[in-house]
Design a protein around this ligand. Structure first.
Ligand code: DX5
Ligand code: ZN
Length: 218
C-alpha cells in the first residue's frame, strides 16, 4: 500500500491544530514536517519547539524533513520533540554515516534526502543503513513548485539499486505531486508521496488525500 504524507508547509500556520485534526480524520499515513534554517534553503519555517507542541495532538507518524546545515547538531532536540522519522540531506552533513548512525542510536527511523541535482549513486554506500530515501522533486525551500521530470530517472535508478543491494528502504518523493502526476510517478516504484499545496489548496483536503492514495495504488 502506497502512502500519502501531507506536508504542513501549506497548512494554516495560525491554526495548525485544526489542520492536523483534519489530516487525522482523513487517514493521512504520515505528517510531513518541513524544517528550514534559512541557510541550507532560502526559507525559514519551524523548529523542535513547534513540533513538540504538535506532538500531543495526534498519533500520526511525524516524518520530519530537516533542510538545515549540519543537522547533526540538533538530532537530540528533534528526537525529544517527537520525530518518528528524521531525514537529513546528503548535501548538508559532511560525515553522513556518523549522522545516520547517531539518529538510529536514538531508536527512531532515519532517512536521507537528495536535492534534484545530486545523483543517486552517491548514496550507494549508505543505502543499507537507512529506512527511507527522500528524493526532492523540486528545489527545496517552498511549496507549490512544479515537479522536475528528471526525478523519474532518479526513482528508476534508486529502485534498481534497492533491488541489487537487497536493501529495504522506502522511496519517498517530495515536491510538485498532484492528482495529475501521482499515478505515473507511483508506477516507477515510489512508496511515500509528500503533497503540500495539492492537499491544502484544494476545496476538500480530506477528499484530496483519499483521491491521491487511490491514484497512487491504481
Ligand atoms: C519543499 C518541501 C516540501 C513541500 C512540498 O521544500 O520539502 O515538503 O511542502 O510542497 P508541494 O507539494 O506544494 O510541492
Ligand atoms: Zn519536505
Amino acid at each position: 500500500m502506497k502512502m500519502i504524507a501531507p506536508s504542513i508547509l501549506s497548512a494554516n500556520f495560525s491554526n495548525l491544530s485544526k489542520d492536523i485534526e483534519m489530516l487525522d480524520r482523513a487517514g493521512a499515513d504520515m505528517l510531513h514536517i518541513d524544517v528550514m534554517d534559512g541557510l541550507f534553503v532560502p526559507n525559514i519555517t519551524i523548529g523542535p519547539l513547534v513540533i513538540k507542541a504538535l506532538r500531543p495532538l495526534t498519533s500520526l507518524i511525524f516524518d520530519v524533513h530537516l533542510m538545515i546545515e549540519k543537522p547533526e547538531r540538533y538530532i537530540d532536540l528533534f528526537v525529544e520533540a517527537g520525530a518518528d522519522i528524521l531525514t537529513v540531506h546528503y548535501e548538508a552533513s559532511l560525515h553522513l554515516h556518523r549522522t545516520i548512525h547517531l539518529i538510529k542510536s536514538k531508536g527512531i527511523k532515519v532517512g536521507v534526502s537528495l536535492n534534484p541535482s545530486t545523483p543517486v549513486f552517491l548514496l550507494k554506500e549508505i543505502l543499507k543503513d537507512v529506512d527511507l530515501v527522500l528524493l526532492m522533486s523540486v528545489n527545496p525551500g517552498f511549496g507549490g513548485q512544479s515537479y522536475i521530470e528528471n526525478t523519474n530517472n532518479k526513482i528508476i535508478e534508486l529502485n534498481e539499486l534497492r533491488r541489487n543491494l537487497d536493501a529495504n528502504f522506502l522511496i519517498e518523493v517530495d515536491g510538485g505531486i498532484k492528482a495529475s502526476n501521482i499515478k505515473d510517478v507511483s508506477e516507477l516504484g515510489v512508496d511515500v508521496f509528500v503533497a503540500g499545496s495539492e492537499v491544502f489548496n484544494s476545496k476538500n483536503p480530506s477528499e484530496k488525500i483519499i483521491q491521491l492514495r487511490k491514484l497512487a495504488n491504481e
